[in-house]
Design a protein around this ligand. Sequence first.
Ligand code: ADP
Length: 451
Amino acid sequence: MKKITSIKTRITIWYTTLMFVLIVVVLSLVGGLSYQLSIDSVEKDVILQVTQVRESLSKRQPGVFEIIESKEEFKNVSIYEMDGKYLVGQYNYDVVNIPFEEGVPRKENIDGKEYIVYDARTPGPPGRHGGFWIRGVESVSSTILLGRSAIIIMLILIPLILLLTALGGYYITKRAFRPVNNIIKTANEISAQNDIKQRIELNPEAKQDEMYDLSVTLNHMLDKIENLIKQEKQFTSDASHELRTPISVILAQGEYLLDIAENEKEKELAQNIVDKANQVSKLVSRLLLLARIDQSRQKINKEKVDLSVLFDIAADSMKALAEQKSIVLLTNAEENTIVDADESLLLSAITNLVSNGIKYGKEGGHVMLSAVKSANGIEIVVSDNGIGISAENIDKIWKRFYRVDDVRNDEYGSSGLGLSMVKSIVELHSGEISVKSELGKGTEFRIILNS
Ligand code: ADP
């Protein structure tokens, strides 16, 4: 399965990592630089002290040894004989054991601590053999200690800063992305409820940023789409309306031609005109009804409808068609199974299902109409033992103009609008319709209506 990481999380991870790298790089540079500067300043200090003592000694000033012993500023300087014997100053065995090296400041490790050591030589006062070694020794441990505490502070501060950055950043991105959730919610609602009227909620108090602009733009786009759909529905409605009169004329004149036909050929041609005109007339009425329902213009005159009566009417109107295929029409509704519905619309929906049962039924088969009261309301079931619908096609049968088998359905004068009309009528009654079918065995349509 593909792992989904939200943009919020990705942005937070990205800048937190970047922040971490930046902090570490900057602190390491600053830390390293300040350490080097401290070492440099210790070195300078030691060299200065040693140089001052050497100058005093070379000028043979009296009392130099005393100055070294007493003055605070020379506390890091010691004087040795040329053979290394300690004379005065800082006394330290370990320091004495470090070999002398003139004029080279260097780092030495004594008892685990770092020192800067600097040696200078002076000839010493006249009359004295050899001269003196002057050694300056100063600890850098205080500098290191400073560095260490900086590292400890860094180790505590970095996670804290990172945590605050991550939390703060996540909160800001979450707020910034809130409109996206609204957009997703609206898009899902539009596709789930097939309701293009929905719009993305806009908070007038929210910051009018890019996300706000995006929501406004999408809402404008939805306005345009809604208008286009409205225009298209209006066009279907207008076109169907305009077609009604010419079709009626063609039908009437076709029927007249059929009456006056003088031979078989003329009769056949006239019959063909009548059949096709009837087919187009049915198609146009369905289109008109669908357009009206789509535009919420279809009036619905609800009344108490007795289903046993309605079933009889439907069966009667389909009797002739059923007989052509020796199909038996069975009805099974208790008397007084009453439903609150528009009688003519419900009749047209049920007749349509029965007509399908016959069209797609087998010779000598049956179509059964039944009604039962259930906890959900009244259930109307129209079932047949006909050719059935494959699982692959079953979800598509509600689509407008969809026909499972174009060539064969042409024989029946099918339009592919019947079931979409039935569904629209049921939904207009706030009911539900479902289908179960098995290829080669039969089909069952179930309508649930409020009683
Ligand atoms: P049509 O005018 O083609 O009958 P419908 O919308 O009524 O249009 O039906 C759509 C398609 O569903 C039909 O073309 C047919 O293939 C299939 N269908 C509908 N009812 C049945 C049924 N009772 N048995 C088998 N197939 C059916």
